[in-house]
Write a protein that binds this ligand. Structure first.
Ligand code: SAH
Length: 354
């Protein structure tokens, strides 16, 4: 691991404080912030408004790097793109970009952000779980990934990213400090300037960390991957859920909602014969009734390595109708990018395929 300081991981305030310690004027911190947060600079050498002497001092203690774009795929209908990136230590991640059009979502371009290069949570239905050996991404790496996605979106004719969902590879709440820093950087008006209300973080649970997030004082949306309304089934599908009960999870989610004023979204992927029966819909409805919750029903995405099959369209419709008998709001997510394996739970490193 590089022991030097990653300049792309530092907030504006931190950079300004660091400069005098390195023998540079504090205002250089502002200039470096602009370079690191706006563009794809990959070395200190590229900072053309710094003198050779300043670059030398900076180089002794800090670095700037940028991931390599190994592969870019665009769905046949053009509504989704997927990037395969590689960092200096050869760790790889995938990032998805979704393009939405239409009256209600004109020009919305959403980046699905990865926070780890694999995942240790072990969800039985998820491709990312195949990579248990993984590392946390730094804030700078998360930002660089979003910058690359922004550039790709522009190359494909859009105006750039408008929304972020931290729903890519990894469990964001296991990398909380770097995730928080990345939010501050991406939200900065001199950076990509993405509004907090346009950002969602998705988690498979982790009540303690949800409470910490609630206390950040940010306006970030929270999504919880629920997928089952009873502990036994949830723990079978999501082994990491064995450490706490659904009740503890919902208590933390209620705290998040009460503290931030942001409505919590519950994600429920429908797997044929596993969690899609009428009884399951009623249990889910009862569980979330009156909580002011939004339920996002996700038609499950196939994973060849597992036996999980998606529920059929009629079952999803019936499940949704049963839920609407309760005091909850239900949406059926339009899945995209299946032809390039960029849909929910399909992101992986693809080391061997390239
Ligand atoms: N670890 C976080 C972020 C990953 S988000 C989390 O669990 O929320 C990825 C989303 O896709 C999660 O809701 C996950 O449960 C869901 N998912 C994983 N595999 C899926 C599949 N095969 N079909 C549909 N959704 C899936």
């Amino acid at each position: 691991m590089n022991q030097k300081i990653d300049l792309r991981s530092l907030t504006r305030t931190k950079l300004k404080k660091l400069m005098p310690q390195l023998g540079l004027a504090a205002f250089r911190g502002e200039q470096i912030f602009d370079w690191a947060q706006k563009g794809a600079v990959s070395s200190i050498d590229e900072l053309t408004n710094l003198s050779a002497a300043d670059k030398f001092k900076l180089d002794a203690a800090c670095f700037l790097s940028f991931p390599a774009l190994i592969k870019k795929e665009v769905a046949a209908n053009g509504d989704t793109a997927k990037l395969l990136l590689e960092f200096a230590d050869r760790e790889r991640i995938e990032t998805a970009i979704m393009f939405y059009s239409g009256k209600s979502s004109r020009d919305r371009v959403t980046c699905c952000v990865s926070t780890q290069s694999g995942c240790v949570m072990g969800c039985k239905f998820c491709a990312t779980a195949l990579y248990k050996k993984c590392r946390n991404l730094t804030a700078g790496e998360i930002v660089a990934q979003v910058q690359l996605a922004d550039k790709t979106a522009k190359d494909l004719g859009a105006n750039g990213l408008t929304n972020l969902v931290y729903m890519g590879m990894g469990e964001p709440l296991l990398n909380l400090a770097e995730v928080k820093k990345s939010l501050e950087l991406l939200n900065d008006e001199r950076g990509l300037n993405i509004g907090q209300r346009k950002i969602t973080i998705s988690t498979c649970g982790l009540p303690e960390q949800i409470r910490q997030m609630a206390d950040w004082g940010m306006q970030i949306h929270l999504a919880i991957s629920l997928h089952a309304a009873n502990d036994e089934l949830r723990q079978a599908l999501m082994p990491a859920a064995s450490r706490y009960s659904i009740k503890e999870l919902l208590d933390a989610a209620d705290y998040y909602q009460a503290t931030t004023g942001r409505r919590v979204c519950y994600e429920y992927a429908l797997f044929k014969g596993i969690n899609d029966r009428s009884e399951a819909a009623r249990s889910l409805g009862k569980l979330l009734d009156g909580r002011g919750a939004l339920i996002n029903l996700i038609p499950a995405n196939p994973l060849p390595e597992t036996g999980f099959m998606p529920s059929d369209g009629d079952t999803i419709k019936r499940f949704s109708q049963l839920l609407s008998l309760y005091n909850v709001e239900v949406q059926i997510r339009q899945e995209r990018g299946r032809d390039i394996n960029a849909a929910c739970g399909q992101l992986r490193k693809r080391d061997l395929e390239v």
